[in-house]
Design a protein around this ligand. Structure first.
Ligand code: SF4
Length: 633
């Protein structure tokens, strides 16, 4: 088999340990097990994992599902598929969540741009029946008259990116979403967001389109270090004050329907609001607070004078009324959204949430909310145990056994492949006289002043694009309110809280285009985890403090959960995530074998973090000047 030219599909000359990684993946898939792999920048993990999995899938009816968190990663998968196709033609389809933007019928109504995939799917089903002229949506109808074989050949030959394919379809009055759905069955590789596998209602439909059961899929999880937290979020339910206000407004618009036993929707919301205020006054300590599992149900029964059976009737009544509103809106070609439906679903889900795996929180802030936070990601990770094989890859995944245990993989090969780039191209230092430890940073003014002096002196030492990563927005704001940027005296770009993706990308591209500028960003934020800064785009990183999580009730519960399951709660809940975030931020500096970069960590506690190979220094400015020569090159 190995002599078969169709089998040898790696499209480049192997370098470093690529061949070894590829054969590890091939063998893993063939044996129907899992591999958990940390592979540093430059190991070419995308193309290596695709080629390894394709080799094992060759001649079988398995399909590779490459799961990504970002659209840019999908782009790379399709580019690599084009390169592999030079050796053996393959079909690779990029699928993205449903969006009103790519639907000519829905894009006209701005409200649809906020629609969830469920809402848009419902609205689409209405358009498929009638586009407003008594005929089905023509973009849907035209698909039946399309030469699918021809389009499949086009995908096989030209490997369009999702945006390009969407434009191609629209120019021919074909629905891009439906076309992708149809083509998935022919794909060797499907690049999809995590949600397509880990959200049960989306997975069910996705598998139908793929035309195979989950047991025949090979799942490649990209940036797998994100997966445990992502899975927790998938299982978490919450309901906020703003959602209550929206449900109340909707009830008023729909004559405040009676739900059960003389109680209207607004009566129930009024009582729920009382319960929320009671929870805030009894349990909130700082950002959030733990509530007893039964608090909400008991309070509702008490305040409404009802049994749990009657409460269930109320929840059902809310959902029925909400469904009715959604249906009426749908029939009028409006977004089939109902806030009353969301309220009913929340109360019903909260009532049945598992006490063993969830904690029940009241969260404060500008928009207080109830939250049932899922601590254990294993249930949501079930697809990884039901698929044919799974490959988990990241540049920052160690300790690998922690990851394997946490998501409940039964058997996994675990390997670390370091970056092949010259180690001397990256220098990491730390200073000993500062820290963002709460008591020191907040209560000793000299510590803050020294921190500021370090930032100013290091950032001003050389004319190189420099990022200053802060452990939180609040700490960054403190420096921004002060004269830090004025004293650095360079052009500055800032990752602000709540920025939209286009706003963020604009800020980043201006920084990249500049020379010798400063970028203020967040360790663990969108810039430090997802964006590439090759060559001179970023040459120096200053990490202010260690991004340990805030000591909230949720964080404490997570620590206790890890303690009970593994016995090392603090390491798993605080230390390892902090190290991972720091490694991700530092990793922005070196994206090719010719990149050179320097990171300076402003926190004495780094010596405790074994995964951060930093050396101490008393004079970081001199070290920077030394590393970059005279600093003017
Ligand atoms: S079939 Fe496609 S174009 Fe027609 S309404 Fe649905 S998503 Fe929109």
């Amino acid at each position: 088999m190995c002599g078969d030219p169709l089998y040898n599909i790696f499209p480049y000359e192997y370098r470093g340990e690529q061949e070894e990684i590829e054969s590890l993946i091939t063998n893993t898939v063939k044996s129907g097990t899992a591999a958990v792999i940390e592979s540093g920048t430059g190991t070419g993990k995308t193309v290596v994992s695709m080629a390894g999995a394709l080799k094992a899938a060759h001649g079988t009816d398995s399909k590779i599902i490459y799961l990504t968190r970002t659209k840019s990663q999908q782009k790379q998968i399709i580019q690599e598929a084009a390169a592999i196709s030079e050796k053996r033609p393959i079909v690779c389809i990029g699928v993205q969540g449903r969006s009103a933007h790519t639907c000519p019928m829905m894009s006209k109504d701005p409200e649809n741009s906020t629609g969830t995939s469920e809402e848009l799917s419902r609205l689409c089903s209405e358009y498929k029946k009638d586009d407003g002229t008594g005929r089905p949506c023509r973009y849907y109808e035209n698909i039946g008259r399309t030469d699918m074989e021809g389009i499949l050949d086009l995908v096989r030959e030209s490997h369009p990116q999702p945006e390009e394919f969407s434009e191609y379809c629209l120019s021919r009055e074909l629905c891009p979403y439906e076309m992708v759905k149809h083509l998935i069955q022919y794909a060797d590789i499907v690049a999809a967001p995590y949600s397509f596998i880990f959200m049960p209602h989306i997975r069910e439909r996705f598998m139908e389109w793929a035309g195979i059961p989950l047991s025949k899929t090979i799942l490649i999880v990209d940036e797998a270090h994100n997966l445990p937290d992502y899975l927790r979020e998938v299982m978490t339910i919450e309901y906020s004050t703003k959602a209550m206000a929206l449900a109340e407004k909707e009830a008023q618009e729909w004559n405040d329907p009676e739900v059960h036993a003389g109680l209207s929707v607004t009566d129930i919301i009024a009582v729920l609001r009382e319960c929320l205020n009671e929870a805030l006054s009894q349990y909130l300590t700082g950002d959030d607070g733990m509530m007893p599992y039964t608090f909400l149900q008991d309070e509702l029964m008490d305040r409404l004078g009802m049994s749990s059976h009657s409460l269930n009737m109320i929840y059902k009544g809310l959902m029925d009324h909400g469904e009715m509103i959604a249906e009426i809106k749908k029939s009028k070609k409006k977004l089939p959204r109902s806030y009353i439906l969301s309220l009913g679903r929340f109360l019903s889900a909260w009532n049945t949430a598992d006490e063993e795996t969830n904690i029940f929180l009241i969260v404060g802030g500008e928009n207080p909310k109830f939250q049932a936070y899922c601590l254990d990601p294993r249930a949501a990770a079930e697809p990884l145990r039901s698929c044919r094989s799974s490959i988990h890859m990241s540049g920052t995944l160690s300790p690998l056994s922690d990851y394997t245990e946490e998501i409940g993989l039964p058997e996994a090969a675990e390997r670390i492949f370091p970056s092949p780039f010259p180690a001397e191209n990256l220098k990491i230092l730390y200073v000993n006289d500062v820290s963002t430890k709460f008591d020191e940073f907040n209560n000793i003014p000299e510590v803050y002043e020294r921190m500021k002096d370090h930032i100013i002196s290091i950032a001003g030492a050389v004319d190189r694009n420099t990022a200053v990563f802060f452990p939180s927005y609040s700490i960054m704001e403190r420096f921004l309110r002060d004269d830090t940027l004025e004293r650095i005296g360079k052009d500055a770009f800032i990752e602000r809280k709540g920025m939209t993706q286009p706003e963020l990308m604009e800020e980043v591209s201006l920084f990249k285009l500049s020379e010798g500028s400063i970028l203020f960003a967040i360790t663990g934020g969108r810039i430090s985890e997802g964006l590439d800064f090759p060559d001179k785009d970023m040459e120096m990183a200053i990490l202010v403090g260690i991004p340990y999580p805030k000591p909230t009730a949720k964080q404490e519960a997570l620590r206790r959960y890890y303690d009970m399951r593994f016995g090392n709660g603090w390491e798993r809940s605080s230390k390892i995530p902090a190290m991972r975030k720091m490694r991700q931020a530092i990793g922005r500096l070196i994206r090719s074998e010719t990149d050179r970069g320097m990171a300076v960590i402003l926190d004495r506690r780094v010596f405790n973090l074994e995964d951060i190979a930093a050396e101490p220094t008393d004079d970081p400015r001199a070290e920077v000047l030394n590393f970059f020569g005279d600093g003017q090159i």
